[in-house]
Ligand binder design. Structure first.
Ligand SMILES: [Zn+2]
Length: 75
């Protein structure tokens, strides 16, 4: 994948972390509530969990120091 900012080749990989807490997208100016969490609102659908770890496919540009993640946000 080419970086959308500098058009150099990006490095494919995964963002990994602890799966005990979900990873959600909180739009600027909106505070996600505990109820939103229970309903799965803001959850990134591309995240895959296995045991206690989550994996999120991503591309990283070492020139721009930016990442691109392809996902949908649960509503
Ligand atoms: Zn770049």
């Amino acid at each position: 994948m080419l970086c959308p900012w500098c058009e150099r080749e990006m490095q494919a990989g995964e963002i990994i972390g602890d799966a005990r807490s979900s990873v959600r997208f909180q739009p600027e100016g909106k505070k996600l509530t505990f109820g939103d969490s229970l309903c799965g609102i803001g959850k990134l659908t591309a995240i895959k969990s296995k045991w206690v770890t989550f994996y999120l496919p991503a591309h990283y540009c070492s020139h721009c120091h930016k990442m691109v993640v392809e996902t949908d946000v649960a509503k």
